[in-house]
Design a protein around this ligand. Structure first.
Ligand code: FES
Length: 208
């Protein structure tokens, strides 16, 4: 695969070392939205702009937080934001009906499902908690760190490459994740991890 830098992928802070050097480098945070729990409320409606650019790194006190609360009310359908939690990016996407349908089609097709490298149903990757009788499959929350060597996959912005399965794509070595964040192609061994999180209300989650 080509130079990861040209594709905008980033390494997480935990990226493995190779020959004493990081496999890919933390070159820029321009493609990501870093929002702390505190700043989320302050940013308000600004968060709805998908290509919102921020160069802010996480504050030390944010890195130290073991939990973080996120207000989801400003994230429109089809949009995604990245928040920092324990020094790692967490992807939050408000999926469209099409995203969900695509993911659940895989679950209902035995041949495709059995071919999954890391077999997990879409329903097992999203919270089924209910508020007011509503399910929440639209909210997909994942640690945005590729399970191959720790780069940060692309796919949070509408203008990003989303890979062959309309999800996320890690250009470092070509891993493709689907709209449920499951690994479908490339060297990554596992699906993007789902962190522990809880719905505090219909529009608020606590991660950690
Ligand atoms: S780090 Fe190698 S494919 Fe993502």
């Amino acid at each position: 695969m080509g130079n990861p830098h040209s594709h905008g992928a980033q390494c997480s802070h935990d990226a493995p070392q190779k020959n004493g050097q990081e496999e890919c480098h933390d070159e820029s945070k321009r493609d990501f939205i870093f929002i702390s729990a505190a700043s989320m409320a302050a940013v308000g409606t600004g968060v709805v702009a998908w290509p919102f650019v921020a160069t802010l790194g996480p504050a030390k006190d944010t890195l130290a937080l073991s939990t973080t609360e996120i207000d989801l009310s400003h994230i429109q359908e089809g949009q995604a934001v990245t928040v920092m939690w324990r020094g790692k990016p967490v992807f939050i996407r408000r999926r469209t009906a099409q995203d969900i349908e695509l993911a659940r089609k895989v679950d209902s097709d035995a041949a495709t499902f059995n071919n999954l490298r890391d077999k997990q149903k879409d329903a097992d990757r999203v919270k089924q908690s209910t508020f007011g009788g509503k399910e929440m499959p639209q909210w997909l929350v994942m640690v945005g760190v590729c399970t191959h060597l720790g780069c940060v996959p692309m796919g949070q912005k509408s203008t990003d490459m989303h890979g062959d399965f309309d999800g996320w794509f890690c250009p470092c070595h070509g891993s493709h994740y689907d709209s449920a964040g499951r690994i479908r192609k490339g060297p990554a061994p596992h699906n993007l991890a789902v962190p522990t999180y809880t719905f505090l209300s219909e529009n608020r989650i606590r991660i950690g």
